[in-house]
Write a protein that binds this ligand. Sequence first.
Ligand code: KIV
Ligand code: ZN
Length: 387
Amino acid sequence: MDTNRVIIFDTTLRDGEQSPGASMNLEEKVRIALALEEMGVDVIEAGFPIASNGDFEAVEAVAKVVKTSTICGLARATKGDIDRCAEAIRPAASGRIHTFLSTSPLHMKYKLQMEPEKVLEKVRESVAYARKLTDNVEWSAEDGSRTEHDFLCRCVEAAIDAGATTINIPDTVGYAIPEEYAALIAMLFNRVPNMDKAIISVHCHNDLGLAVANSLAAVGKGARQVECTINGLGERAGNAAMEEIVMALRTRPDLMPYRTGIKTEAITRASRLVSTITGFVVQPNKAIVGKNAFAHESGIHQDGVLKHAQTYEIMTPESVGLHRSSLVMGKHSGRAAFKAKLKELGYDLGDNAVEDAFNRFKDLADRKKDVFDEDIVALVDDAVVRG
Ligand code: KIV
Ligand code: ZN
């Protein structure tokens, strides 16, 4: 087994769908699941089967059509939830039950209104019950990052003893910072005796914008499953963005020698599909998949990229499924980019004509935010007509 292989667990269809306004219907969920399978996602969390009949049917439909990814359903720590989840994933070639319970003092006292010993008992019971229904069981310590260490160690040990094959330590409210979260994972490896019997997973929310950094820090300490979503969709500020995790690992193997099974060339397509289906527009400057992620406007950058792409690009556009990077023509653009643009548009002008067109382009760019190809064509044609 490759000990540096990181399992990608995508929860776009479950935690991602919990974004207010991101509900998807069955057919849409199936389309996204197939795209995730095609891109090489290891585990697809397809929904929360007890939540509604629609959710149950969607998980079941995904379980029927997807062949190579493991299909997972979420369940609280009750027999009813776990039974419903087991039923929904039954058609899957490979299925997983993901059951969870809160372990932080705050959640136990106010949300569960349960004593810690009772929580521990429920962890054992729920995992053991799920394990009777499938041999692939994930247990999550909800609000794990705000849980007392001694208690978290006892819960993790109990869940593994009861048969959990994956242990997930969520940063449910996106409160952790990278050093702290990495130390938490390292602490579990140091203190829990049976940790080698399960894969340790991380699930980070982005309330402080640290979800990806926290996930990668945890991988550095031995976590080998990362839970994430396409475009970082998810509750509140979202979950760790899959495209960022995967491309960070691909781009910096010198410092992070871990690999995923994701075909990164499928990233852009998956991002656009999720955005179209949910109606959630991707911010232009979003890492990896934003419309500006491979666009250059300043003259200095454009000149650099035209001479050697790596001057201002740390990954190739092709590696994420784009045909090429773009030189955006605006007031910061320089002659080099303008000449390249003229060539791309099919013009072969003499030096004087280029200079004339460039000056008129600069005037236009001062007046107009975006200068489109059509504007440049009009400007050059006009110059040609004027002679
Ligand atoms: O954020 C969280 O804690 C969750 C769990 C259900 C895994 O989504
Ligand atoms: Zn979550």
